[in-house]
Every structure is written in C-alpha cells, then in structure tokens.
Design a protein around this ligand. Structure first.
Ligand code: C2O
Ligand code: CU
Length: 506
C-alpha cells in the first residue's frame, strides 16, 4: 500500500507545453550513455586549481544521423565535469565566444557574491564589447537596469568550495535569457569530494555515474526547438499560454544522449542524478525485466550526504534538484535490462534510460548506516524571523508574468535583507509547481502544508519542489558571505519571466 505522503506526491504536476520533435527519434536504450569528460586544470599550483572554459558554438550528433548546433562550455553538451576537493579553491576563467552575453552560476556553490553569477554580471561576446548604456530594452542584449550591469569579455569565477561535498552544476544565468541558453547546451557538472566521503566505501570509479537528465525537442533542421520569445504573450489566471508554463521536450537526454543504455556489473552503483531540465519534473523508478522495482537508496541530497540512507521505490526530482542514490544490480539476472522510467511521463517521456547487467562481479562497496554527522539541525526556535513568499502567476507585463510576493524580478530592488548568521524560516506557497532555489544557503525542509516533510526532502537542500497549492516551510542560516544573492523558481521559463528576487546579506 501507498503511504499518504506517496499518494500526495502522485498528484499530477506537469505544467508546460511539450514541443514535438520534427525529426525521427531513435528507439530507447540503444545509444550508449556518455560520461562527460573531467576537465584538466591548466594549473594546480599554490593550493588552488585554475581552469579555462571557452563558451562557443559547436555541433553534436545527439540523435543518430542528425546534426544539432549547440551553445557549449568547451565544445560539448554537457560541458566538461570539474572535480574538486572540499576547501581547495578553484578559479575558472570563462571566455565567451558565443554570439550573446552570458553569465555563469555554480548552482549549489557557497560562493562569494562577486563570483556567484548575478544575472547582470555579463561576460560579453569576445571581440564585440558593448556598453551597457547602449543596450536597448527588448533586444536580445536588453537589460532592464544598466546601473547593475558589469561587463567583461572573459571573467574569472573563483569558488572557495569550502562546503559539504556534493554534486553541483554550472549553468547560464543571464537575466531574462537563462532558459533558452541552458536549453541550447550551457550546463555542466561540478563534483566536490572530501576524505570523509571517500572513506565511506561507497561505490566508486566506474561504479559511480553522473546522470544529467534533461528533456529537449528537435526542429526539422536538427536544431533544438525553442519557442521564440514573444513579450506580447499574456498570462491570465487559469488561461496560460502553454510555453509560459515552461518548455518541455519530447526527447529525454541523459548526459546528452537520448534514452541511453549503460552496461553494468551485477553490483552496487552510485548514481549522481541531476534534473537539468528547464521545466520537466520526473518520478523515477528502476524496473527489472520481470517487473520488479529496485530500491533507490538515497544517500545524499542537493547539499551532500544524508545522516542515514533513505530507501525509495519512486523518486520525484524537480528541476535543479540532485539526488545521490545507490542502486544494487546484484540480484538482477545477467544479460537483462533494468529500465529507469519516469512515472510522470507518457509515451516516450515515460522512458529515461536503461542499465544492461552484463556480468557477475565482486563488490566490496557498502552503504554505511551512518553517512554523515555534520548536518545542520536548526530548530524553529532558532529562527529570528519568519518570512512569507507566494510564487504565483500575475499579469504579464514587459515579459514578466511570474511573481514572487506579487512582484517580478527587479535587480534594483532589495527584496530580502538579512544579517550574516541569522537563522530564518521561510514559508513558500505556490499556485502551480515551482522548484524554489536559494543561492548560497543550504536549507532544511521543515513542513509541507502543515505535515511532516516527505521522505525525499531529507538532508540539506538548495532547491525544494513546491507543489501545486502547497505551502512549504524551510529553515536556513545565512552564513558564509555578505553580498547580493538571489532566490528564484528553477523552472527556467518562470525564472526568465520574473520569478526571481534579491537576497541581500549584510
Ligand atoms: Cu541553478 Cu539561480 O540557479
Ligand atoms: Cu515556477
């Protein structure tokens, strides 16, 4: 039988328009799973690692026989993976050779504000320097608040990475244009590790797999289909133009490959799952050839290891969330397929990927009953204030129709001002499904509509799935750095259409 919480989680939650691809799609579970290459530092001296990434146009054969032009970090989608050690600083020099300005944000990073990728801190296209005062509003380069614009051709982003080890990801964050930029390929992974995690004996090496899940749709010419931005489209309560709700594709990519398959040993694997989709929510399950659902043993959340493992059969994952999961293929007959399915999908979007269990193998990995002891345990009574935020559609105005507290994003307005070190409770209420993300601060989920959090809310998070009609309480402590940060909906279309606000830490 289903628990009440699981039944609640089953409520339909897909909003958005699903674009139809205009090219032939491959059958599922044929294309091998790619693993994004790990980027080599250009220097690793002086206690810090330095990397260089050129943002540029490239093409790839994502669908067999179809050439797809992309915007990339370093020529590939996903971009190269960066692997770091906790507390060892990293500088990434981003050079922009794309035709548009860009902004890089390390999602989940505890990053000083200057390197956090504020949406108007632009890296301009190389060789085409422009001055903010000349940018017309409404153009592809338009910015609303020229005073806030910082422009450079290359930019050094410095990440102290003094934080719990976890899977982070970097992606574009330019004001009003984040969704199409990510859609075109501007996303990559950044893993942080430390000695304590290494010592746990979790599956590692080839038995640790990053899985970046993202849906896309393909136009007849092979390019990624995306609706043109049209500021005349309006949002009215109850009558939402489909793409404003979020853009969905009919092709599910994992690490940039459509419905891939990966050969595994009959052993435990650690899956570092990221939902990098603009708007698509998933409920993942792993099903054997004879219809058995394998346990998905969650060991970590957005911001690192849980205190103890939590077992799921069905794992909901909202845009930008990460789940660190161990799956055991040892009981599965060799030669057979374990399919990862999406219970929120239908037809082809109900398939995600598959594992072919190729051979019996020794396995000395384990899942310790105690994974970490450093999770913050903030209590409600620690909070010095409670804030309320509604995440709702409003009247479309100047391209902005998604509102936090009734207001669209304005870089010139201070929405939240808090003091370094303060603990706060935030109560978030939603109309439709909004994955809410805080920069800098990891948080715990306190409650959902007055009830206990769900099983998959465990641990330290930076993105919470705020479901239709729900009120979610989170608790956090603003520490680390002072400066201007953000919180926003991570439905990338909602974010671009105003559902973002400033968080000033003083
Ligand atoms: Cu994943 Cu504000 O970002
Ligand atoms: Cu939203």
């Amino acid at each position: 039988g289903l628990s009440a919480a699981a039944a609640l989680a089953r409520r339909p939650s897909i909003t958005g328009a699903e674009l139809r691809s205009a090219v032939p799609l491959p059958p599922p579970f044929q294309v091998p799973l790619p693993i994004p290459a790990v980027l080599k530092p250009v220097s690793a001296s002086g206690g810090a690692d330095r990397y260089e990434i050129t943002q540029r146009e490239a093409s790839a054969e994502i669908l067999p026989g179809v050439t797809t032009p992309l915007w990339t970090y370093g020529g590939t989608f996903p971009g190269p993976t960066i692997e770091s050690r906790r507390g060892r600083p990293v500088t990434v020099t981003h050079r922009n050779e794309l035709p548009v300005p860009t902004v890089v944000h390390l999602h989940g990073g505890r990053t000083p504000a200057a390197s956090d990728g504020y949406p108007t801190d632009l890296v301009l296209p190389g060789g085409r320097q422009q001055h903010s005062t000349h940018m017309g509003h409404g153009s592809e380069h338009g910015m609303r608040d020229p005073r806030a614009v910082v422009t450079e051709l290359t930019r050094d982003y410095t990440f102290p990475l003094d934080q719990r080890p976890t899977l982070l990801w970097y992606h574009d964050h330019r004001m009003d244009f984040t969704a199409p930029a990510i859609w075109r390929g501007l996303a990559g992974l950044h893993l942080v590790r430390d000695d304590a995690e290494d010592a746990l004996g979790l599956p590692a090496g080839p038995r640790e797999l990053p899985l970046m899940i993202a849906d896309r749709a393909f136009a007849a010419d092979g390019s990624l289909a995306y609706p043109a931005l049209d500021p005349t489209l309006r949002v009215r309560p109850g009558v939402r133009e489909p793409y404003l709700a979020g853009v969905l594709g009919d092709v599910i990519l994992v690490n940039g490959a459509p419905w891939p398959v990966h050969e595994v040993d009959a052993a435990r694997y650690r899956l570092r799952i990221l939902n990098a989709s603009n708007a698509r929510h998933y409920e993942l399950e792993a099903v054997t050839g004879d219809g058995r659902r394998l346990d998905l043993v969650q060991i970590g959340a957005d911001q690192g290891l849980l205190a103890a493992p939590v077992t799921h059969r069905l794992l909901p994952i909202a845009p930008a969330e990460r789940y660190d999961v161990v799956i055991d293929f040892s009981g599965v007959p060799t030669g057979s397929l374990v399919r990862v399915l999406n219970r929120l999908g239908s037809g082809r979007t109900g398939d995600v990927m598959a594992f072919r269990v190729a051979r019996a193998a020794a396995d000395d990995s384990r899942i310790p009953a105690r994974l970490s002891t450093d999770l913050p345990e903030w209590r409600r009574s620690d909070a010095v204030r409670v804030r309320d935020f509604s995440f709702r559609a409003g009247q479309m105005h100047a391209g902005h129709g998604w509102l936090i507290g009734g207001l669209p994003f304005d870089p010139a307005r201070a929405d939240v001002t808090t003091r370094l070190g303060d603990v706060e409770v935030w109560r978030l209420v939603a109309d439709v499904h909004h994955p809410v993300h805080l920069h800098l601060a990891g948080f715990r989920v306190l409650s959902r509509s007055g009830r206990a959090p769900l099983a998959h809310d465990a641990g330290l998070k930076d993105t919470v799935s705020l479901r239709p009609g729900e009120a979610v309480e989170i608790i956090t402590r603003f520490d680390g750095y002072r400066g201007r940060y953000l919180f926003h909906c991570h439905n990338a279309e909602h974010e671009d259409m105003g559902m973002m606000a400033n968080l000033e830490i003083i």
